[in-house]
Design a protein around this ligand. Sequence first.
Ligand SMILES: [Mg+2]
Length: 412
Amino acid sequence: MKFLFDLDGTVTRQETLPIISGHFGCNEQIAELTTRTVAGNIPFIESFIRRVNILGRYSVRETNELLSGVSLYPAIAEFIAAHKEDCVIVTGNLTCWCEGLFNKIGCQCYGSEAEVVDDKVVKIKSILRKEQIVDLYKALGETVVFIGDGNNDLEAMRHANISIAAGLTHNPAQSLMSICDYVIYNEKALVRQMRQLCGEYGDSKSVVISCAGIGSRLGLGLTKALVQINGNSLISWQLKLFESVEDVRLVIGFQGGEIIEEVRKYRDDVIFCFNHRYFETKTGASYYLGARHANPETLEWDGDLLVHPDDVKMLLDTPGEFICYGDITSDDTVCVHVDEKGNVLDFSREGGDYEWTGPACMDKKHLIYCSQNVYNMFEPLCPMRGIKVRAYDIDTYNDYVRVSEITKDWTI
Ligand SMILES: [Mg+2]
């Protein structure tokens, strides 16, 4: 596996070109160009040529020294240092400006090339297209993970096997949000995800909350995570219930941008996983996408499910695989048959002993892609250990009214 990083704003804390322009006193021109480029409003190549035309007349040596001092995200720099052979920097920036910075980072780096005469840039020789470097490593048989934040990372992310949009220095370019696998806003969370991709797992389970659906049966015109329950969004209730969990992963699709905004009011270190095909797929697909690069054990959680706080604690402390069920409360539901030891024997649409409510806990070794419901993924694994919980599903408007009543006395 190879990790390919964009440089500016992903590994460095600041965009580097404004630092150069600030130093040489041509701020305004560059700042405007940079903002418009990062947002995707000027084609990268044109913008790059215009920026080099402005900055190329200043001392290359001085620029290089200046950029050597740019501060890096420390945990990312540490990850790169610890995985030097598997990390690569790909930047559109000129290599002649970044040599010192490249040395400081310490891994293989690719940049654009220029001809330098008398310490000035006289000609751009090549402009790096990041997707070519992605293709290069893929052709060598590597799985490529691309981490970036700007519109000029779009094609590289499209070509990569796994793409992570980073929102560390600024929000990722909007164009990335419709193609990336993950968006992560917190440095520690980004490093956690990269380590998980390397098989370096945390010792607790991950929680995967599926919030990608359109919530059509509820009829409130909102994805369920954003529905208000007693003055707070459903997702904020769940975040409170999982406050103690390090690796919380939220699968998003419909109204993903609004969910991100709501979640970030409460915590910044959630890993957002995209199910771009949320309209054609069901919760099985969302769970798979949320769990595939998580810790080995993942607690599967439907975004429309509220479970009694005491039961949530019990489930988080219970090791191993299990499936949860509750008393039957609605007619149109999937039920389970349970033996005398509490093991789940099968799922059925035609009645049973209890209602299948979720959540469930599954080991990665049993995870397979499934475009259908989560329980379809568990059917071949039965019999499985069952645990009875007080769980409340919010599928219909009546459920919504009922849950609003029940949660009135909850203290979280
Ligand atoms: Mg960048």
